[in-house]
Ligand binder design. Structure first.
Ligand code: 5GP
Ligand code: MG
Ligand code: MG
Length: 179
């Protein structure tokens, strides 16, 4: 285990098993359809590529990068798009793939935005969810794991751009923040 990790929440094997379950469910739900998978950079990349390989059916890949700004004391936030999707989502069945839903602010902007662009359907898959932190309700169609209110890294998730390559999901030691 990495020295900056306090506790492993989900091992590589546990994640793989859960991702396979999600992929099987998505395969069933989208039978006869083509999925436009839209990954949110960069944290969702690891989950995205593993999930895609567990979906048995036609899939297209696309990515976008965004950040939500807003003070932590308000439930509002403005979504800034740094890199938009390459695809026109009109009449497409869009599956947003996110690493973690925390306050819900990011997704509460993104889902309506893709609906307004004319997507036939917009569903949401997230590896992790922190329900205790939610400020805005977002309907999650596929959720890997619910986690407590702790800052986690690994399997794509970063702190200060580090730890994305850890194969497991772990809670970061508090002393790492205060360094
Ligand atoms: P929100 O749901 O608050 O709009 O934002 C979710 C985003 O905040 C995630 O996509 C992720 O980038 C970041 N985030 C929230 N909680 C965590 C966490 O525990 N660890 C990491 N690494 N990022 C988090
Ligand atoms: Mg994210
Ligand atoms: Mg981050």
């Amino acid at each position: 285990m990495h020295q900056d990790i306090k506790e492993i929440l989900f091992t590589e094997e546990q994640i793989a098993a859960r991702v396979r379950e999600l992929g099987a469910q998505i395969t069933k739900d989208y039978a006869g359809k083509t999925i436009l998978m839209c990954g949110i950079l960069k944290g969702a990349v690891t989950f995205f590529t593993d999930l895609a390989r567990c979906i048995d059916g036609p899939v297209y890949f696309d990515f976008m990068s965004c950040s939500s700004y807003g003070s932590s004391t308000t439930s509002s936030g403005v979504l800034k798009i740094r890199k938009d999707l390459d695809n026109d989502v009109k009449d497409k069945d869009v599956l947003i793939v996110e690493d973690i839903i925390d306050t819900g602010v990011t997704l509460s902007h993104l889902v309506p935005m893709l609906q307004e662009r004319g997507a036939r359907s917009v569903k949401l898959a997230t590896l992790l969810s922190k329900p205790a932190r939610r400020q805005v309700e977002v309907p999650v169609d596929y959720n890997g794991f619910e986690i407590p209110d702790a800052f986690v890294v690994g399997y794509g998730l970063d702190y200060d751009s580090r730890y994305r390559n850890l194969p497991y999901i772990g809670i970061l030691k508090e002393e790492v923040y205060s360094k």
